[in-house]
Design a protein around this ligand. Sequence first.
Ligand SMILES: CC(C)(COP(=O)(O)OP(=O)(O)OC[C@H]1O[C@@H](n2cnc3c(N)ncnc32)[C@H](O)[C@@H]1OP(=O)(O)O)[C@@H](O)C(=O)NCCC(=O)NCCS
Length: 164
Amino acid sequence: MIHLRKPTSQDGSKIFQLAQTAGSLDVNSAYHYLLMCQKFSDTCVVAVEMEEPIGFLTAFRDPERSEILFIWQIAVSQYHRQQGIARKMVNHLLMREFQPEIRFLETTITRSNVASQTLFRNLAKELDSELKEQIFFDKELFSETGHEAEHLFQIGPFNHNLQR
Ligand SMILES: CC(C)(COP(=O)(O)OP(=O)(O)OC[C@H]1O[C@@H](n2cnc3c(N)ncnc32)[C@H](O)[C@@H]1OP(=O)(O)O)[C@@H](O)C(=O)NCCC(=O)NCCS
């Protein structure tokens, strides 16, 4: 049985491990995941099975446009993929009460990340919303060689109230 909830700092190191083993993620420091669990838990989700985190989503409200929820990272353990857990984590987040309401979801995705693109394209359909895509960070902006361009996917506007 998989349970979705807000993360606490106790989940931080396991979430860090999930990020390290997920593949195709830019792994942040252990401190970063602890901070997200502690200070941004209202906009983050952890999926747990028998008390063990098996998936996580980190997000924050855009500091300049609070109706936008920006999903920073989402990952599910290899073993639990393609079972709808990522989609459920996003829907779970949208079931929470936010003031003001969330009207847009944003994230950035590389061209090679087909799973993530499919997830967000399908979410847009589910939310009956437009999906806009544009280059956000061109590859030249990354000091790391070979880093792909990051494309901004924006879903919305949608009526957050109707999701609950
Ligand atoms: C992206 C990721 C989180 C998706 O998690 P998941 O739990 O397997 O996704 P879901 O089962 O909820 O699938 C959502 C949709 O995407 C599709 N999908 C998932 N993985 C897919 C894949 N590898 N190829 C094509 N489609 C895929 C599913 O079929 C599903 O479609 P549906 O809505 O028609 O049923 C997971 O693949 C992952 O952890 N990847 C590594 C980390 C990463 O790249 N994160 C994103 C960038 S931050």
